[in-house]
Design a protein around this ligand. Structure first.
Ligand code: SAH
Length: 236
């Protein structure tokens, strides 16, 4: 077990959403074992007025509300002093797309500080002033950053030392080679008239390996031409 486990701090208006799914299965067992730790900090605790106001109307008009910079900055500063070595992220639909490459990089960090937005988003000045790195989990809009933070942490935690057994961490997983994963089968040998491909039952490991690779290439070419092109270019 590492001396200082990976430390995730999530800043949110809904701390009760954590650990949520991260408290179960692989990530949950790792949390119990102390392979990583998580605290969910309520941004509202850093509001200073009587009503604990965290948002205000957008300057320039328009719909919705914006998270106030002073309250959010106070929360960030309390959780992550300037010498904190952990990357500070903001979940944001206009951020850098999350990729397995980024996930691997985050898993090497001592931990993460993750800000979850709500409403229309957060005041731009706190993004600049606290050097928040904006990360998106895809080209769609969630109602808040919490599910995005959970996705990001789930993908990072499974890569932390000791979390996955060797047998679980297939080096053939989707995206590890810019290729999607090959199809899987298990018993029974025949189900509803559909058979497991013979090659997988042949015991010939070189053949199996070749078949899996062909399938991975076929699926990637069909479903993700963008990945397929990148993969071909990398092989040149
Ligand atoms: N008005 C914003 C959307 C705000 S959604 C816009 O049009 O860009 C509210 C919050 O949900 C955001 O602040 C962000 O924290 C989170 N969120 C929404 N979609 C997300 C995505 N695809 N990836 C990461 N976070 C997202």
């Amino acid at each position: 077990m590492p001396d200082i486990p990976f430390h995730a701090s999530v800043l949110t208006l809904y701390p009760q959403m954590f650990p949520g799914p991260l408290g179960h299965a692989l990530a949950g067992r790792a949390l119990e074992k102390g392979l990583w730790k998580l605290d969910a900090v309520n941004i509202r605790d850093f509001a200073t007025d009587r009503h604990h106001t965290v948002d205000d109307t957008p300057a320039g008009g328009g719909p919705g509300m914006v998270l106030k910079p002073d309250v959010l900055a106070a929360a960030i500063d309390a959780v992550s002093p300037t010498d904190d070595p952990r990357p500070r992220l903001l979940m944001s639909p206009r951020g850098e797309p999350l990729t397995q490459k980024l996930v691997r990089a985050f898993a090497q960090a001592p931990g993460l500080v993750i800000v979850c937005g709500r409403f229309e988003g957060v005041d731009e000045r706190v993004i600049e002033g606290r050097a928040l790195r904006e990360i998106s989990i895809g080209d769609f809009v969630l109602s808040g950053g919490e599910p995005a933070a959970i996705c990001l942490l789930d993908s990072v935690v499974r890569l932390l030392p000791g979390v996955m057994g060797k047998h679980e961490s297939g080096e053939w997983e989707s995206f590890e080679h810019d290729l999607l994963e090959y199809p899987h089968y298990t018993r029974p040998r025949e189900w509803e008239g559909r058979k497991i491909p013979d090659v997988l039952l042949s015991g010939n490991h070189a053949e199996i390996e070749r078949w899996r690779r062909q399938q991975a290439e076929r699926l990637t070419r069909q479903r993700r031409p963008d990945l397929y092109t990148r993969w071909q270019q990398r092989r040149k």
